[in-house]
Ligand binder design. Structure first.
Ligand code: MLT
Ligand code: MN
Ligand code: ZN
Length: 291
């Protein structure tokens, strides 16, 4: 299985357009676009996981995703959505010129995109797409996908009371070799996660915040409670994800969805050194994995 890390930042990207913090203002740090990956069993047909608002630039930056060979052909066949958040769905509007895409998402997410933020109706006026609700398992072009229910965290734009899961992760197995878990939105370490991770080649994990109180330290307008309410497990600390990773030394661990406050955006920071020593990494946008 081939995997392209198209984007690795949280909503807003890095740097964020309206942020004058020391990190966003540091021109030496590598910029990152909002998180999105592409997967392929054969290197010819590609499927996105999530559709970042930056998808147009991400596609243009990847030689694997160039249009062709016919005048309106694209190697992008569809997208799997982990949730209904704006940073994971807005990109679908950028793909509206493409007919026939297949979109997989949990039922609550599909409903939100019908009612609360009617993106499905909007894009369907440009071309017919196929929308599939996912529950437990499905197949995407020879790749076996298992749905991992994560939480009922809803986007800010909806008051919906529809049953979840609202957030899922995906485990993707290539029968020819290689397994990947993509989990960009974790509030806590899921109960059965260690079992699911065992034998997985690579896990791409929620790395939004390094510390449990980072947002309140970086900005005066956000309280530490607000960070917790955003529902992202921190990397560091006694309940952070880095302590959990140690149990799986044979798996490659990659942090994604990095918020613009996260000190690991600086590859020379002591915090990033700690991540490396803990057995994880945060490679830049454009990284290709062969699992
Ligand atoms: C999140 O990851 O918590 C959301 O994407 C926040 C947002 O709306 O930008
Ligand atoms: Mn997000
Ligand atoms: Zn900033």
């Amino acid at each position: 299985m081939k995997v392209l890390l198209l984007g690795t930042a949280a909503g807003g990207g890095f740097p964020q357009w309206n942020c004058a913090c020391a990190m966003c203002g540091n021109p030496t740090l590598p910029p990152r676009t909002q998180d999105c990956i592409a997967i392929s069993a054969d290197g010819t047909n590609w499927y996105l996981i999530n559709a970042s608002p930056d998808i147009r630039a991400q596609i243009l930056a990847s030689k694997h995703l160039s249009a062709g060979p016919g005048p309106r052909d694209t190697p992008i066949r569809g997208a799997l959505l982990t949730d209904a958040e704006l940073d994971h769905t807005l990109g679908l509007t950028m793909l509206r010129e493409g007919a026939g895409l297949r979109i997989w998402a949990p039922a609550a997410v599909l409903r939100a995109l019908n009612h609360d933020f009617p993106l499905r109706d909007i894009v369907s006026r440009y071309g017919a797409w196929d929308w599939q609700a996912v529950t437990t398992e499905f197949e995407v072009d020879g790749l076996r996908v298992t749905v991992i229910p994560i939480s009922d965290k809803k986007p800010k734009y909806t008051q919906s009371t529809v049953d979840g899961p609202w957030v899922v992760a995906y485990r993707i197995e290539d029968p020819a070799g290689g397994t990947l878990i993509y989990a960009p939105c974790l509030k806590t370490w899921p109960e059965n996660f260690d079992t699911l991770v065992s034998g997985t080649t690579c896990v791409i994990l929620d790395g939004t915040f390094y510390s449990p109180t980072e947002m309140s330290t970086a900005t005066t307008t956000v309280t530490s409670g607000a960070q917790h309410a955003m529902g992202h497990i921190p990397i560091s600390g006694p309940h952070g994800s880095l302590t959990k990773i140690a149990a799986h030394p044979h798996t490659r661990w990659i942090y994604t969805h990095l918020n613009n406050t996260n000190p690991i955006l600086d590859p020379n920071s002591p915090e990033y050194q700690e991540v490396l020593e803990g057995g994880a990494e945060a490679p830049p946008d454009g990284t290709e994995l062969n699992l």
